[in-house]
Design a protein around this ligand. Sequence first.
Ligand SMILES: *Cc1c(COP(=O)(O)O)cnc(C)c1O
Length: 225
Amino acid sequence: MNLLQNLTKVKERIEQAAKRVGRDPSQITLVAVTKEAEPEQIKTLFELGVLNFAENYAQSLIKKYEIAKDAVWHFIGRIQTNKVKYIVPRCEYIHSVWRLNEIETINKVAEKLGKIQKILVEVNVSQEETKAGITLEEAPKFVETALNYPNVSVVGLMTMAPFTDDENLIRSVFRKLRELRDKLVERFPTVQHLSMGMTNDFEIAVEEGATMVRIGRALFKGEGV
Ligand SMILES: *Cc1c(COP(=O)(O)O)cnc(C)c1O
């Protein structure tokens, strides 16, 4: 498996997708998802210039963070409030926030560290029962409430598209998140980022406005590249 080849290909595809819709590719951050990656691969990818990494599990984050301490780390997994104390000191962004008790805990931990924790609110656009996230309708109120916590800053929205071959369905999910962001940012100027797009669908996400794509298998396993 050649990480440089995978990385080159993924970057090319992001650039091409951006250009198709007249976007500047430098506005899109490639976030390498490490949940299935070997420590050695993370080290190599960092040396190849990937500066953003994401983990799903707090326990793995503790270990993997040590491999690339100078990288920007993101947390993208289900949040267990008793693990927040491991996440906040290591992560610049937490993408998967959608419950008020999570915000409360993050705020408390961040306050102790004298940090303002950037978070993205996870939205379950497709309303699948198995998926985490608030509904599109709940988002404005949720963001407004989150603003009451001084050590938390809502910097964007995150979603996962349904697992399907139906491109139009995937596209409509990403588009709805973008439309929500466009509406929210008028009232809440910090809500800028759109974290959407994974190995199977990142080009559609870029075409629909993603500012962060979260890619694991295409980078580390060469899937689809
Ligand atoms: C695993 C995961 C990804 C990356 O998925 P790939 O298909 O490996 O690219 C992105 N986002 C979340 C929330 C994940 O759990």
